[in-house]
Write a protein that binds this ligand. Structure first.
Ligand code: NCD
Length: 310
């Protein structure tokens, strides 16, 4: 089954063929956007963005993507401004979305919230982050960034994930996407924040080479360093968060000890884990990565609405 006209709930739903199609459609849209600010393909369509957890880039890039395609956007931001604050159930809140909009993107703190939504309504649902679960569209824009840099073709591509691998939903999605390619993965985290068993099993059955360590020195062997924030909002015991929050800092000194062709990625927002002194360094691609969200989300919206392009 193709990825078109479906909901996007998990990165595991994509085949290699789907990924190649999404990557090339995104490249095409990136190029065409240089010539036109509005591709005028979705005049009669409405996207609903329902974000019940904080977001900047994800929501704005979804909304910008819809506008650049010529569609319209309706949105609710934050539980406190929706009827959930009055005690309405998520199901009731979501139920009317299918008459108000043609497609929706949902972020919620509960794992599986977007799957619940997809079962409840008839329009395509996009998981824009479900708790510590997944964030498949971020994974796709991360993959796109690696592809745009020509790194997917690198022999023995090594991708190192640094930080909160247990709760980092963007990592959970990207790892599954990368399992379709010839890669070595290195997971660098405190033991308590290591890769959940579920993804370990997935990598084992896909035959992906991976290793785990607490030592940031392992970044030296990587072509891609994917750094993440320790996910404060997922810790039940705040003292645990305090213990780990400054576990790793990637700065120009450390990058200086790494491969010359290392690229440093981060889904953003960053705290102290990527030093601002790296921002003007040629290795830093995290702002480019955030920009790429626009093209990939345009491609996904077109695909889910089954609009052929060109
Ligand atoms: C991430 C998220 O929300 O999971 N941010 C994003 O969507 N760009 C990462 C994070 O919050 O640390």
């Amino acid at each position: 089954m193709s990825w078109r006209r479906q909901s996007i709930l998990s990165a595991n739903q994509f085949s290699l063929g789907d990924l190649n199609e999404i990557l090339s459609l995104s490249v095409k849209l990136e190029n065409d956007l240089k010539r036109s600010r509005n591709l005028k393909l979705l005049d009669d369509y409405v996207l609903a963005t329902m974000f019940f957890e904080p977001s900047t880039r994800t929501r704005l890039s979804f909304e910008a993507a819809m506008h650049r395609l010529g569609g319209r956007v309706i949105s609710t931001v934050g539980v406190q401004f929706s009827s959930l604050a009055k005690g309405e159930t998520l199901f009731d809140t979501l139920k009317m979305l299918e008459s108000y909009s043609d497609i929706c993107a949902i972020r919620h703190s509960v794992e599986g919230a977007s799957s619940l939504a997809a079962r409840s309504i008839k329009i395509p649902v996009i998981n824009a982050g479900d708790g510590a679960g997944e964030h498949p569209t971020q994974g796709l824009l991360d993959l796109y960034t690696i592809h745009r840099r020509g790194y997917l073709e690198k022999p023995h591509l090594t991708v190192a994930f640094v930080g909160d691998i247990k709760y980092g939903r963007t990592i959970h999605s990207l790892v599954q996407l990368l399992s379709h390619f010839k890669v070595n993965l290195v997971f660098i985290s405190p033991k308590e924040l290591a890769l959940p068993e579920k993804y370990r099993e997935l990598l084992n059955s896909a035959g992906v080479n991976y290793s785990e360590t607490e030592d940031i020195a392992a970044l030296r062997e990587a072509h891609v360093g994917y750094i993440t924030r320790i996910q404060e909002e997922r810790f039940i015991d705040h003292r645990e968060y305090e213990k780990f929050k400054d576990a790793y800092v990637v700065d120009t000194d450390l990058v200086g000890q790494c491969r010359k062709d290392l690229i440093v990625m981060h889904p953003l927002p960053r705290l102290s884990e990527v030093s601002t002194d790296l921002d003007s360094h040629p290795s830093a691609v995290y702002f480019e990565q955030a920009n790429n969200g626009l093209y990939v989300r345009m491609a996904l919206i077109l695909g889910l609405l089954d609009i052929s392009y060109p």
